[in-house]
Design a protein around this ligand. Structure first.
Ligand code: UD1
Length: 344
């Protein structure tokens, strides 16, 4: 019988790509999402790719009675992949309690329910933001955790600790914590992708929206950093590559392939690319010049960070495979598809 996986935030950007990979690997998926930052139409995109309809429950993970009822309705959930969270760094500074409530209460509810319903493991979406400004790059999992620069970043650190404390207390569950670098791109079918509501905060949606004319120009936040071209450096990782790592992580937990109850992995390519370099990749793959201007630094930005992904490469047997060119081309194809469909 197919294993059942609960994917919280499953209609979101990384969540939807992971649902596709899970279904294609033979898992049965139940999505929980409150649709606060996504749309139920995403499910149709998933169905068009996989030919399978995941169960969808419109619920808020902070609602404990509703979550308990969900586990009652869907007996036999084997594992959870927990994406559901608020993720806008700037907003988190203005509305910290929203971030602490959404991100922390959701996790606590899931952890409390797991032993009651015999759920064996949870994969948690963390972020390279826990490293702060690294002392050196590439950065591996043993690097120190630096004080968070935003409530959003703090929720990732706190949630990592909550998971570890709960497991160290003897809770009968396992966890894999995945620290993502900068996920970008879309499914190659262009049936699903990133769909930010309102003005995009992240770089790639802003680039593609500028490319298609929704935005007049991209502001590049600072060219006076201590990097070769002066702009920030990130490790941009293809979202489908990232999604595949979740399938490996869940299988590893459910099949008890590890002796450790908690494992932490960086998910990145191991290659740093500057903001300007990424813009030039976009221009190359689309053949379009991008309208951009250099403006002042954005508060809270890290100068440069890229992953040492060796642990994930060796232990998970996972590696980022897509080229940055194909990844940017996929983001552009998705933007064109949104236009065709009259969505943007
Ligand atoms: C941030 C968070 C990360 C979080 C992610 C989710 C930090 C340090 N990083 O990533 O943890 O998971 O958001 O939303 O908290 N840029 C521009 N112009 C733009 C937009 C971005 O120049 O219009 C630049 C930024 O200054 C940055 C780079 O592009 O140097 C990447 O920015 P972004 O896509 O927002 O991601 P991060 O800030 O790296």
């Amino acid at each position: 019988m197919a294993r059942k996986i609960l994917v919280t935030g499953g209609t979101g950007y990384i969540g939807s790509h992971t649902v596709v990979e899970l279904q294609q690997a033979g898992y049965e998926v139940i999505i929980v999402d409150n649709l606060s930052n996504s749309n139920a139409d995403v499910i149709e995109g998933i169905v068009r790719i996989t030919g399978q309809r995941p169960v969808f429950e419109k619920l808020d993970c902070t609602d404990m009675p509703a979550m308990q009822a969900l586990f009652d309705r869907h007996r036999g959930i084997d594992g959870i992949i927990h994406f559901a969270a608020s993720k806008a760094v700037g907003e988190s500074v203005k509305k910290p309690l929203k971030y602490y409530r959404n991100n922390i209460v959701s996790l606590i509810n899931l952890l409390e329910l797991m032993p009651k319903f015999d759920v064996k493991g949870i994969v948690f979406s963390s972020s390279c933001t826990v490293y702060g400004e690294p002392d050196s790059n590439p950065i591996d999992e043993s690097a120190p955790i630096k004080p968070a620069t935003s409530p959003y970043g703090n929720t990732k650190q706190i949630n990592e600790e909550i998971i570890q404390d709960f497991i160290h207390s003897g809770a009968p569950i396992k966890s894999v914590i995945l620290r993502y670098f900068n996920p970008i791109g879309a499914h190659p079918s262009a049936e699903i992708g990133e769909l930010p509501l309102g003005v995009p905060q992240n770089l790639v949606p802003f680039i593609t929206q500028t490319g298609i004319g929704i935005r007049k120009e991209l502001s590049v936040f600072g060219n006076d950093y201590n990097t070769p071209d002066g702009t920030c450096i990130r490790d941009f990782i293809n979202v489908v590559d990232l999604a595949k790592a979740h399938v490996i992580a869940i299988e590893r937990m459910l099949e008890n392939k590890s002796n450790e109850s908690v494992e932490i992995f960086n998910l990145g390519t191991g290659r740093g690319l500057s903001v300007l370099e990424l813009i030039h990749v976009f221009e190359k793959v689309t053949g379009k010049p991008l309208n951009y201007k250099i403006v002042g630094r954005r508060e809270g930005d890290i100068e440069q960070i890229w992953a040492n992904p060796e642990r994930a490469n060796k232990i998970l047997g996972w590696k980022a495979e897509e080229s940055i060119e194909d990844t940017m081309a996929s983001a552009w194809k998705w933007q064109l598809r949104l236009r065709e469909r009259g969505i943007m």
